[in-house]
Design a protein around this ligand. Structure first.
Ligand SMILES: C[S@@+](CC[C@H](N)C(=O)[O-])C[C@H]1O[C@@H](n2cnc3c(N)ncnc32)[C@H](O)[C@@H]1O
Length: 226
């Protein structure tokens, strides 16, 4: 499986020229899509297990959950939630012993993020590791920073980290996040000495360059349209 992944090819060779306009539109109009009961139930179930004294780590789009388990071991006094929409990936057997402070949730992040915000939950750490890049020019609104839910993400606070193998995705994400927060954090190259996820390992072993954007949202006010 590892070491033979081709890099992203796209006709888009820089930050999308419609990104800023799209972001303004999403900021102005908010996001009204109803949250389905199944998402509310999944959210309630995981939060019922949360001891309020434990800071929360969210692994958003955790796939098979390697990173979630590693983070749970790295932060044993945190409550680590891995969310993915794919039941196949969420339910796939996990290597090693399950840490007691980890929970996996099958849910659409579009709902889960909004539920966190609606319930006033603030994160300690927030990871978006190798989100689907949607590299076609016409797919801007499928990338997280082009999605109507994006303005909710900074409201959740925490130390946020995005990793991707597509530099343009990272640049766009940084531009959009910095626009919402007033931050000036940049994108840096990442070597992944110890890969945190299967995708990271595959890209690294194929000789692809990896990029990351980190920003500290702990001081972000956490209010605004959801
Ligand atoms: C490219 S994979 C990366 C998985 C993992 N983070 C890794 O690096 O191995 C992207 C993951 O995001 C999940 N995903 C995409 N859109 C989602 C959504 N709206 N809600 C929840 N998960 C989503 C997919 O099911 C998939 O597992």
């Amino acid at each position: 499986m590892y070491g033979n992944s081709r890099g992203i090819s796209s006709r888009q060779d820089t930050v999308h020229d419609k990104l800023e306009r799209l972001l303004e539109r999403h900021l102005a109009s908010g996001f009204e899509r109803p949250i389905p009961d199944v998402a509310r139930e999944a959210f309630a179930k995981v939060m019922a297990d949360h001891d309020a004294s434990m800071p929360i780590v969210l692994d958003a789009g955790c796939g098979v959950g390697w990173s979630t388990l590693t983070l749970a071991r790295e932060y044993p006094d945190h409550f680590v939630i891995g969310v993915d929409q794919s039941s196949d990936r969420i339910e796939r057997g996990k290597p090693g012993e399950q840490a007691p402070n980890v929970r996996f949730v099958r849910a659409d992040l579009v709902d889960f993020w909004r539920l966190l915000h609606l319930h006033g939950v603030r994160l300690a750490r927030h990871y978006l590791l190798y989100p689907n890049p949607w590299p076609k020019i016409g797919h801007l609104s499928r990338r997280w920073h082009g999605h109507a839910v994006f303005p909710v993400i900074p409201l959740l606070g925490g130390e946020l980290e995005l990793r991707t193998n597509w530099r343009i995705y990272a640049d766009e994400f940084a531009l959009a996040m910095n626009r919402l927060t007033g931050h000036t954090d940049g994108v840096t190259e990442y070597q992944a000495p110890t890969p945190l996820t299967p995708f990271e390992r595959k890209y690294r072993d194929s000789g692809q360059r990896l990029w990351r954007y980190c920003t500290d949202l702990r001081a972000h006010p956490g209010t605004g349209p959801a």
